[in-house]
Design a protein around this ligand. Structure first.
Ligand code: NDP
Length: 254
């Protein structure tokens, strides 16, 4: 455990599994209190137990289905965070669904709308509701999770790809708005191929052992939440490149 994020309050969406679970653990190990937001209560409880078993700062569980939550649910969450805590210091938008893959012509409209709800609309609604609490932090971070198909379109990646382009757009618009008026830093991250359930469902024939684990990416996730990343704003970040940089800096400091 380090104290890079000591005393900070950080929300992670999709904290029950995959990259979000690894990020919640990494932020807690770096000293943060983590708000675990996710769809499946049992998964959030098991992350809570893992954090408590390491005697790290006690997390807060907030079960919420981003596919069905309404505008009032986001507003209530924002108000309750403002009432209970002096500030929110970090927000990792990590939850996403892959949904259907296939050609646009045959793309199921219900699947399209659901993917947009979880991957784009929920990111907007949550950000909007939490901006007042983030503005109360002296040095807050918002990280939105993108993908390589959110930076270059690829056939058959349908709504998932389009939703990640929208994520990049939301990041750029918000970063530009906050550029000179706020200390909140906003960036998007592409974790790259990572050994999780989402990756397995997109590439069922791939051997997961050939992929990096979510845990291996965490030095970059922690760095981007920390005071050290103050100068990074409005950027579309490749996590593997950031990881190499962080590990290089660490090696030259020792
Ligand atoms: P996983 O599918 O393993 O985990 C996604 C998490 O999001 C789960 O905890 C899931 O909850 C949660 N979630 C999904 N839908 C909802 C919802 N409606 N409401 C609340 N929570 C929800 O994905 P990864 O860890 O692989 O992906 C994390 C992020 O990284 C995503 O944004 C993804 O697009 C991105 N990414 C991943 C890559 C990879 O190779 N893995 C590559 C590029 C980008 P539950 O477990 O309860 O279903």
């Amino acid at each position: 455990m380090t104290d890079t994020l000591k005393g900070k309050l950080i929300m992670v969406t999709g904290a029950g599994d995959g990259i979000g679970k690894a990020a919640a653990m990494a932020y807690a190990r770096a000293g943060a209190s983590v708000i675990l937001l996710g769809r499946t209560q049992e998964k959030l409880e098991s992350v809570y137990d893992a954090i408590m078993a390491e005697k790290l700062p006690e997390p807060i569980i907030h079960p919420m289905d981003l596919a069905t939550a309404d505008i009032a649910d986001y507003e209530e969450l924002g108000t309750s965070i403002q009432e209970q805590f002096p500030a929110l210091d970090g927000l990792l938008h990590n939850a996403s669904i892959l949904g259907s893959l296939g050609p646009i012509e045959y793309f199921p409209p219900e699947s399209w709308l659901k993917i947009m709800q979880v991957n784009v609309n929920a990111v907007f609604l949550l950000t909007r509701a939490l901006l007042p609490a983030l503005a109360q932090s002296a040095d807050a971070r918002i990280l939105m999770t993108s993908s390589s198909v959110g930076r270059q379109g690829r056939a058959y990646w349908g709504a998932y790809s389009v939703s990640k382009f929208a994520t990049e757009g939301l990041m750029q618009v918000l970063a530009d708005e906050l550029e000179n008026t706020s200390s909140i830093r906003v960036n998007s991250i592409n974790p790259g191929a990572t050994r999780t359930e989402m990756r397995r469902s997109a590439f069922p024939a791939e051997d997961p052992a050939t992929l990096p684990t979510a845990e291996s990416l965490m030095p970059a996730y922690v760095y981007l939440m920390s005071a050290q990343s103050q100068a990074i704003h409005g950027q579309a970040i490749d996590i593997r490149e950031m990881l190499a940089r962080v590990q290089n800096d660490h090696a030259s400091a020792n």
